[in-house]
Write a protein that binds this ligand. Sequence first.
Ligand code: ARG
Length: 454
Amino acid sequence: MAKLSSGRGLQGTDPLVEDYTQSVSYDRALYRQDIAGSGAHARMLAKRGIISEEEGEILVRGLDEVLAEIEAGVFVWKTEHEDLHMNIESRLTELVGEVGKKLHTGRSRNDQVALDFRLFVSDRAREWTVLLQELIGTLADRAEEHAATLLPGLTHMQPAQPVSLAQHLLAYAFMFRRDAERLRDADKRIRISPLGAAALAGTSYPLDPEFVAAELGMNGIFDNSMDAVSDRDFALEAMFCAALIMTHLSRLCEDIIIWANPSFGFVRLPDAYSTGSSIMPQKKNPDVAELMRGKTGRAYGALFSLFATLKGLPMTYNRDLQEDKEQFLDLDRTVSLSLRMAAGLLREIGFVPEKMHAALSRGFLNATDLADYLTVRGMPFRRAHRMAGKAVDEAEKRGCGLEDLPLDFLRGLSPLFGEDVYDALDFSRAAAARESPGGTGPESIKRQIALLRA
Ligand code: ARG
């Protein structure tokens, strides 16, 4: 059979070649966008008098019928039609007859696929934003619950200063808020309509690309037809955003994995989000968190795969570009599922404040506060820092905390020490005192939560 896409009536391709070149097995995911784009194109052709009003209506109605067939699961996708565009157009022509063959007037699959993919990427990116907002809401809820729960804040994985669990959770919430902002910004560039670029050079038909763009809720139209059909920056941008979301999720998962280790014991994993071991009866493994960390590598792979596909491409459309969709679809699945998993896991996870509090007594987390105590009373900070260091040495020797050192010893270091130093060494006071902008103090936490809820 001569191929639908072949003007020269090229005869049937080798079955292996057909299998190798087809994209319909996966690009059918874009059917809604393809049909919406074709509908807008048909209405534009009629408006411009390139086809009659009646023909335009027949095409739009036919496309609706095709859409209904696909959604009802009765549409027959055929590999011999290569991609989703040809599948839909050939079925349309079966349904409406000869007029179906007018749909592609003034259009190429090159601008068609670029339009479909832009609409699809934008739709998915908007869905990621919704999922991000849900996750941010969950983090804010859990933070509100645990504003007064303290745990050791770490740098270099070593005990540093006491922080509120809320502060730790909100750190992630702000990463995810940046991710959502980034997606919203990228959306401006994603939603630029390339339709009207035709194959590469524009067209002599009096098309109205602005009309098509407005019909589809796009943000504007292309400026250069060659760029319009060969550009996939929009997909790269979205994929970068997704890869960065995965990076943030992966770091969060790493914290959860560490906290779930019995040496920490800061969290109890919900049964629904953990698994046992087939050999070790005591095990409760953080598989969901581990897989999310693992899938982050896969997300980077998808992003870099598209980078590599694009780097050597000459102008303009090259069939290599077909490789954009599978990677995007895979990444979309990864990031969408991961965001859902993360929100579920955080909603259900049990925090163990007693274990966190117990951990505060190890690691001299109030050493900075000891130094600050002296600084406030007039000692230059560098000297105060040394004095506090000496106190840490002594506490380590005695096997106690700084708050357990006798006042006599402290006064031996500096006469500035008074009875009230023990208040300054109290962990909750130390954390509560950090009301600097964005700090871990309770008022700061409230402000952060309010910002995230806005
Ligand atoms: N399936 C193709 C793709 O995804 C559609 C565009 C094909 N264009 C062409 N000139 N062969 O890129």
